[in-house]
Each structure stands twice: as structure tokens, then as C-alpha cells.
Design a protein around this ligand. Structure first.
Ligand code: GLU
Length: 411
């Protein structure tokens, strides 16, 4: 199933509960604008390379469109379309004044030199600067991009439109960024996990966690959960999985990865397992924090964790989601679980517009407040309507976007 079809399926399930008309569904599902551009650059060795870049602006009923920029070989227009739609519902679930968008370039960022990466980024902004802006559409980091890339985006955009840091979020802290943005998505995942354990009457100390993905999101989620006294028994990255029954020393593993080009390859303090085995471990909490679609119809039956927190975007395919749901596995959906990143992006944008530097304590406090209230609302709706947390989150998001659309006037 295509990415956009998967989001549509979840959307329609929630729309049925809300008794939304067909016409309203068509309006809310149709992206406002989709852009595909050619990015032609000269590589360091003099070769010419032509790449494709995308930006999908899905909906702006609640504010400027917002969403990350992904550099990954599997990026295509449909994936970006699906992820842009997810951003619309995500910003609405946490009730920040944004719509949804997403961008991407089909490229393997790890195979590029820093200068090549910079040239690609700047060329992309050359091609799309007319359709983005601090009041229109604000990019941010996603898979394969980081604070440095965001700084290039600001610089390139400002060449055309004059100085203004609010064009992009996730910038370096020393260059108009906000403290706590980098940790925000992982921290948010941790906050949601601890709240869920609380509702289930489970103690963090008695919770064994397996985390797939040890990039920015996975490593910060691991650190937060470790600090909250959960036992992280397995972690993984592209090099494979690492299992230790007594618990992984998370800080040590982060240090190891930092010293080895951000890879866990060769991490000695654990038993080596595969990424597939990690997903199927008998643990209390599973956190997929890497690629989309890692839990599918073929492995869903073998997933043993009774609780899954979606740190990645769309890590569970809809057919697997249905199987897990039938088995009573509780799934905290991406549009709630990983919304910490875009929430702190919002604080950064507010800070940029105020020309006032927020402190880390304030960022963490406000993040906690926003996520707590979204969690309570989703949990409440799910019980009130006897639907999954995913359907409840979509209901909350769609309700807000739908009301804003009607209030703002359609014609
Ligand atoms: N890429 C992140 C996401 O999927 C963050 C987006 C943002 O900060 O705008 O939520």
C-alpha cells in the first residue's frame, strides 16, 4: 500500500466516527500544493548529478504549513505526500498553530561529502524559495538532515528574501536555534511512554524496552527512558541490534556511537542480534525509531511487546496495525508519540519572531505541558468512543482542522 493510501485509511476510519461528509473528506485529504524540482549539481569529482526534490504542502487551515525535510534514497512524491498529511494531523493533535507539509530529496546523504550536501541543499532552496516562507511553510530536520542543513537553508533563503531566522527550525543553538530542539522528539517519545505506563499501572523499573534506531530520536528516547529507570534491553541501528538482558548502559552506547561515526558497529557490551530479531523480542515496550513500514503483515504475528510507541513516522503498516489491534497490543500513534519535535520547532519559531532566547528549562516545561494535554485528550477520546488511540488521535486532529476550515470560510 502506498504511503498516502495508508494515511487516507486511518483518516477515513476517524472521519467515519466524526460522520464527516464525502465533500469535507475530499477537501481535507487533497494537498494544497505539490512541487517537484530538478536539483542538478556538480559532485566533488566533477561529475554531474541530477536529483529530484519534493515539497508537499498539505493543509494550512490552522496556520503556516510545517514539516521536515528528508534526505533518503527511498524518498518519492507519494511518501512525501503521506508524511505531509501526517504533519497536518500531528500539529493539530498537539494544538500548535500550524498546518502540515513535508519535503524530501531522493539521495543517500551518507554517501555525500559535506560540500556536496551543502550544494544540494542550497540548490533545492533556489528552486522552492518562492513557495516557502516564515508565514507560509517552514521546513525542519527529518531523516538525513540536521541543524547544519537548516543553517544553510536559512542562509540561502535569506539571500532572496532578506534576513529572518523564522524560515526554518531545528537550526544550531548558536545560530538562532533553541536549546532542547535536538532532544525534543526523543524526549517527547519518553514523556508519552512514561504517561502510558502510568495509565497502565506499570512501574518504569519493571519495564523492559527494545528500541529500534539509535539516531537522534532513538538515542534521546533511550536516554530519557533510562533516566526514568526503564531497563533498555536492546538497541539497534543500520549495523544491527545489540541485546543485554541486564540492561544496556545507554550513556556508554551513545558515547561509543559518537566515537564511531555515529554507528554502533562493533559495540562490545552486548549480544549481537538482527534488527528483525529486535522487533520480535519478548519485551514490555517496543519503540520503533527508524524507518517507516518496519512492522508489516509478515512479522506482526511475531511481535511480542504488548505496548508499542511509534517514535518513527508510520513504522507500522495498516495491515499490521489491524492485526496488532485485534491482539490487544496498545499502539501510541506517531502523530502523538513523536510530536515533541515539531512542538519545540514551534517554540523556536516563536523565539525567532520575538528575538528572545528561551532557556532549556522553559522549553522542557512547555513541551511537557503541550504533550500532557494532547495525551490526556487522545486517551479520553479513545475511551469515550471505544476506538484505538490512533483513531482517537486522528479524530482530535481532523476535528480541529475541520472546524478551522469551516470557521475560516471555504469560498
Ligand atoms: N520531521 C519532524 C516530524 O516528522 C519535525 C518537523 C518539524 O519540526 O517541523 O515531526
Amino acid at each position: 500500500m502506498k504511503s498516502s493510501e495508508a494515511v487516507k485509511l486511518y483518516f477515513n476510519r476517524a472521519a467515519d466516527q466524526l460522520e464527516l461528509t464525502e465533500n469535507m473528506r475530499a477537501l481535507l485529504l487533497t494537498p494544497k500544493r505539490e512541487v517537484q524540482v530538478q536539483i542538478a549539481i556538480e559532485m566533488d569529482n566533477g561529475d554531474l548529478q541530477t536529483l529530484l526534490g519534493y515539497r508537499v504542502q498539505h493543509n494550512n487551515a490552522r496556520g503556516p504549513m510545517k514539516g521536515g525535510l528528508r534526505f533518503h534514497p527511498e524518498v518519492d512524491l507519494d511518501e512525501v505526500r503521506g508524511l505531509a498529511s501526517l504533519m497536518t494531523w500531528k500539529t493539530a493533535v498537539v494544538n500548535i498553530p500550524y498546518g502540515g507539509a513535508k519535503g524530501g530529496i531522493a539521495v543517500d546523504a551518507r554517501s555525500l561529502s559535506t560540500r556536496e550536501l551543502e550544494r544540494i541543499t542550497r540548490k533545492f532552496i533556489d528552486e522552492i524559495h518562492d513557495v516557502i516562507g516564515p508565514d507560509t511553510d517552514i521546513p525542519a530536520p527529518d531523516m538525513g538532515t540536521n541543524a547544519e542543513v537548516m543553517a544553510w537553508i536559512m542562509n540561502q533563503y535569506n539571500k532572496y528574501h532578506g534576513f529572518g531566522p523564522g524560515i526554518v527550525t531545528g537550526k544550531p543553538v548558536e545560530h538562532y536555534g533553541i536549546p532542547g530542539r535536538e532532544e525534543a522528539t526523543g524526549r517527547g517519545v519518553g514523556i508519552i511512554a512514561i504517561k502510558t505506563l502510568g495509565r497502565l499501572g506499570r512501574k518504569p523499573k519493571e519495564t523492559r524496552v527494545a528500541l529500534q534506531g539509535f539516531g537522534n530520536v532513538g538515542s534521546h528516547a533511550a536516554k530519557f527512558l533510562h533516566d526514568a529507570e526503564c531497563r533498555i534491553v536492546a538497541i539497534s541501528d543500520l549495523s544491527g541490534g545489540y541485546y543485554r538482558e541486564e540492561g544496556i548502559q545507554v550513556l556508554e552506547a551513545i558515547r561509543y556511537a559518537n566515537q564511531h561515526k555515529r554507528s554502533l558497529e562493533g559495540y562490545p557490551e552486548a549480544e549481537k542480534i538482527s534488527n528483525e530479531e529486535l522487533l520480535e523480542l519478548d519485551v514490555d515496550l517496543l519503540v520503533p525509531a527508524a524507518l517507516g513500514g518496519v512492522i508489516h503483515a509478515d512479522n506482526a504475528e511475531r511481535i511480542k511487546a504488548p505496548l508499542i510507541i511509534e517514535a518513527a513516522n508510520a513504522p507500522i503498516r495498516p495491515d499490521a496495525d489491524a492485526l496488532l489491534n485485534d491482539r490487544g497490543v496498545l499502539v501510541l500513534p506517531d502523530i502523538l508519540a513523536n510530536a515533541g519535535g515539531v512542538t519545540v520547532s514551534y517554540f523556536e519559531w516563536v523565539q525567532n519572531r520575538q528575538y528572545y532566547q528561551w532557556g532549556l528549562d522553559r522549553v522542557r516545561q512547555e513541551l511537557d505541558r503541550v504533550l500532557t494535554s494532547a495525551f490526556e485528550e487522545v486517551w479520553g477520546l479513545s475511551h469515550e468512543h471505544d476506538v484505538s488511540l490512533r483513531t482517537a488521535a486522528f479524530m482530535l486532529g481532523i476535528g480541529r482542522v475541520g472546524r478551522a476550515t469551516v470557521l475560516g470560510g471555504i469560498t
